[in-house]
Design a protein around this ligand. Structure first.
Ligand SMILES: Cc1cc2nc3c(=O)[nH]c(=O)nc-3n(C[C@H](O)[C@H](O)[C@H](O)COP(=O)(O)OP(=O)(O)OC[C@H]3O[C@@H](n4cnc5c(N)ncnc54)[C@H](O)[C@@H]3O)c2cc1C
Length: 313
């Protein structure tokens, strides 16, 4: 199998990966970006981003990431449409397998982000992929114009999804297992002020029902008493958390019990293996914000640049 050698590889094309690519490309290291199966990353699912500096009127997530990509391409970054499936070291070089392709590099930025956690209830698989269960309101919300949908979750993502859906749908149930949202106060206040958002506190989804092709109801229960009831709805948006995309590196890069990469206490771009640098949500369970991921991507790129310059001298 042929192995292409590049000075710098970037794994992931979200805010962290693209920022790393901009820095590396601008410094002349011609990075190759392995895009993953969600080009542009999670933020492409945000209808409106209001807290990324430089856009006082807000910007769509898709547009923001498209601009980042154009900026990286302008300085010479190249893109590969695939995902890393394996990584190991060979005589100091890092070897990254992407299905049938293999790339060798002098250093790599890992910015593979995270993916939505499923609810793991009966009906989720049956009605996923077009049957009514989704994890992306921006992508699938427009299919539910004037309909009734449910969002399950209580964090910022769930609140953002419910807020967006409330502009399209007739009614949005917001199902949360606690008695208040974990989302930041501004977002929580905004969503709960919407007249067509109905919060169902202390509830969890037990199962998803329908005719086998499309869902049309949920069974929900009270987390305290266990009482169950049916809730008629046309769609369900699952927003109950994220899991880092780190499986490809298991056994090579150190990660914690939840799969987040473990970083050095003195430099948050460095992990357990020399020449591998990190940025973004794949190693940050706390902040999970676009600007933080972009900053971490820049930091990882700068660390990699120092390594590449050392190798050249
Ligand atoms: C609906 C929604 C709305 C949001 N709104 C906001 C907001 O308004 N403001 C804000 O600051 N933040 C917001 N966020 C959070 C923000 O999107 C994330 O913090 C940010 O995208 C993290 O960037 P990242 O580059 O670390 O990871 P991600 O965006 O998750 O990107 C990861 C990239 O890695 C790729 N990848 C995965 N596995 C592999 C692999 N094995 N090999 C190669 N590539 C791989 C993926 O395809 C993707 O391109 C929102 C998130 C969601 C879901």
């Amino acid at each position: 199998m042929a192995t292409d050698h590049v000075p710098a590889l970037v794994l992931g094309s979200g805010c962290a990966g693209l920022t790393a690519a901009i820095y590396l490309a601008r410094s002349g290291f011609n990075p190759l970006v392995i895009e993953g199966d969600l080009p542009g990353g999670q933020l492409t699912r945000a209808a409106r981003v209001e807290n990324f500096p430089g856009f006082p009127d807000g910007i769509s997530g898709y547009e923001l990431l498209s601009q980042m990509r154009r900026q990286a391409e302008r300085f010479g970054a190249r893109f590969f449409g695939g995902s890393a499936t394996e990584i190991h070291a060979d005589s100091g070089r890092k070897i990254v397998g992407c299905g049938s392709e293999t790339f060798s590099c002098d250093g790599v930025v890992v910015a593979t982000g995270s993916s939505p956690v499923p609810l793991a209830v009966p009906g989720e698989d049956t009605y996923g992929g077009g049957g009514g269960v989704s994890s992306c309101a921006t992508c699938d919300g427009p299919f539910y114009k004037n309909k009734t949908v449910s969002v399950v979750g209580g964090g910022n993502s769930a609140a953002a999804e419910a807020l967006f859906l409330s502009t399209i749908c007739e009614k949005v149930y917001l199902i949360h297992r606690r008695d208040k949202l974990r989302a930041t106060a501004t977002t929580a206040d905004k969503v709960l002020a919407r007249k067509n958002v109905i919060a169902l506190w202390n509830r969890r989804v037990v199962s998803i029902g329908g005719d086998g092709r499309r869902m049309d109801r949920l069974v929900i229960c009270d987390v305290n008493g266990g009482d169950q009831c049916e809730l008629a709805c046309d769609g369900l948006f699952v927003s109950v958390g994220h899991r880092p995309n780190s499986d490809f590196a298991r056994g090579f890069l150190e990660m914690d019990g939840d799969g987040y990469f473990v970083l050095s206490a003195s430099d948050s771009s460095i992990g357990s293996v020399e020449g591998v640098f990190f940025g973004g949500d794949c190693c940050d369970r706390l902040n999970r914000q676009a600007i933080v991921a972009a900053g971490a991507g820049a930091r990882a790129a700068l660390s990699l640049e120092r390594r590449l310059l050392r190798l050249l001298s």
